[in-house]
Design a protein around this ligand. Structure first.
Ligand SMILES: [Fe+2]
Ligand SMILES: [Fe+2]
Length: 280
């Protein structure tokens, strides 16, 4: 199975550059002959605060060339409860999750690809302590109990920065306690690959037999004045090919995808005029 990995489109009504890049990604998906497109979250610029941003995303993805599975990001359903900061960057809640489900279906999903099990998880629920998080936990456990063979996990936020033992709490990563619980549940399983979005950087690191990949945004990078460089600040998509017992993964900069800068996106983030920007 060939999967086109798209992340952080940050779509909104009137978003010129992000819209153009999304159309260029659509053309690449059609050309590349992929079987499936996975969106790793931050579909919208500010859907968590402005419901109309979902309409822009629906327009952009209408008649998409392949089936599509999407995962919510902090800009879509709100941020993790211990890190949410403001009215424009609120915490995830039931109403926001409902809005996501109404538009895009589930916020978690499983696919089979040959011997592979592919799991999509809602990172924004982690650490909430809610019924929604408990339901996702129960679902995940059932999926893991049934899974045979290699597993690929997709979620919006990276699990950690430097190593699975990290204790740093930063909005860039999954909270440490639920991350530890999550990894313990995979300990007896053949977890090969974890792919996230959120950082708007490309990075590939391997820990304990598993590759952790930060997929870049296909919309814009976040400048050094707002976010440190950890991986590579680039813009594009990734192509994942799952074979019988292996995978290949490549970064691609599709024709027509511009390497835009967040600071130039005032048509979707007018608050940038006063530099109260969103960081990842
Ligand atoms: Fe993002
Ligand atoms: Fe994000």
């Amino acid at each position: 199975m060939r999967i086109g990995l798209v992340s952080d489109t940050h779509l909104a009504p009137g978003g010129r550059a992000v819209g153009e890049n999304c159309r260029a990604v659509r053309a690449w998906v059609a050309r590349a002959g992929v079987d499936l497109t996975v969106h790793l979250g931050d579909v919208t610029a500010e859907g968590a605060a402005h419901a109309e941003h979902f309409a822009a995303a629906q327009d952009a993805f209408r008649d998409w060339p392949t089936p599509m599975r999407l995962l919510p990001g902090n800009h879509d359903v709100g941020d993790n409860h211990d890190i949410a900061r403001s009215a424009l960057e609120p915490a995830v809640d039931e109403g926001r999750l409902e809005r996501w489900r109404d538009v895009f279906g589930g916020d978690r999903w499983r696919l089979s690809a040959g011997d592979w099990t592919v799991l999509g998880l809602d990172a924004q629920l982690l650490g909430w302590g809610s019924a929604a998080e408990a339901a996702q936990d129960a679902w995940l456990q059932a999926e893991l109990d049934a899974a045979q063979g290699p597993i690929a996990l997709f979620l919006h936020k990276p699990l950690f920065r430097n190593a699975p033992e990290d204790d740093e709490r930063h909005l860039r990563y999954v909270p440490p306690a639920p991350r530890r619980r999550l990894l313990e549940r995979f300990a007896e399983k053949d977890l090969r690959l974890v792919v996230c979005g959120h950082t708007h950087q490309l990075r590939r690191r391997r820990f304990q037999g598993c590759e952790h990949v930060w997929a870049p945004s296909c919309a814009f990078v976040i400048p050094d004045s707002m976010q440190e460089t950890i991986g590579e600040k680039t813009v594009g998509v990734m192509l994942l090919t799952l074979s019988a017992d292996s995978y290949s993964l490549d970064f691609i900069a599709p024709e027509g995808v511009g390497r835009h800068n967040l600071l130039d996106q005032m048509d979707i983030y007018p608050q940038l005029a006063t530099r109260i920007g969103s960081q990842a």
